[in-house]
Design a protein around this ligand. Structure first.
Ligand code: SAM
Length: 206
């Protein structure tokens, strides 16, 4: 009963959400596209010519934003455990980013090329058990940070989704050890009641 009520409330909110309507009208696959569009409008993270990796890419809203801005100059590699309908100009690797084998496949695709930008919007299926959801999101963020630290160009950037809560401050500290500049971003399209926040790191400390 509770579950049905919650699902109905979610559906109602989703259908009336202005970003859902905009995404439909403007041909984006997800309302998430507007989170990246708004962050990029301010921070200019997507630079034509760069190689960019998008972790947790499906259904592909962020890929659409990146591919459009690169306009064929550079390369986009997207990873997701779920399938993704192809996006023109994007190389897709299906697999679980927590698995070594998937990370090795990704490294093969990079063929030694360093990245201008790593995006991670990875989030697990939310179980409703706050502490365990928090731990799983932070684990994915740590993997993205580790990958970014190894594969970014010195002036590259990471934009990674985390949840505010247990482990958040420690993760910000980990980011500060890797990047000279670390800043939180909460775009309008990110719902206020969601603990989700994005951390941007720029310029590797080396
Ligand atoms: C919020 S969605 C991403 C939305 C996407 N940025 C867009 O604009 O369409 C989060 C994605 O993370 C993916 N994900 C979660 N855990 C993952 C993992 N371990 N490896 C790869 N992808 C993962 C999910 O399958 C899901 O598609």
């Amino acid at each position: 009963m509770n579950r049905t009520r919650t699902s109905n409330a979610w559906l109602r909110e989703h259908v009336t959400d202005c970003y859902v309507r905009r995404a439909k009208a403007e041909g984006y696959r997800s309302r998430a596209a507007y989170k990246l569009l708004s962050i990029d409008a301010k921070d200019r993270l997507i630079q034509p010519g760069d190689w960019i990796v998008d972790l947790g890419a499906s259904p592909g809203g962020w890929c659409q934003v990146v591919a459009k801005k690169l306009a064929g100059q550079g390369k986009v590699i997207a990873v997701d455990v779920l399938e993704m309908t192809p996006v023109a100009g994007v190389t897709f690797l299906q697999g679980d980013f927590r698995e070594d084998q998937v990370q090795m496949q990704l490294q093969e695709l990079l063929a030694g090329e360093k990245l201008g930008l790593v995006l991670s919007d990875m989030s697990p299926n939310i179980s409703g058990v706050a502490l365990s959801d928090q731990a799983r999101v932070m684990h994915l963020a740590e993997l993205a940070l580790d990958f970014a630290g190894n594969w970014l160009k010195p002036d590259g950037a990471l934009l990674v989704k985390v949840f505010q809560g247990y482990g958040y401050e420690q993760f910000v500290e980990q980011m500060r050890q890797i990047f000279q500049l670390v800043a939180p971003r909460k775009p309008d399209a990110s719902r206020d009641r969601s603990p989700e926040i994005y951390l941007m790191g720029r310029k590797l400390r080396r």
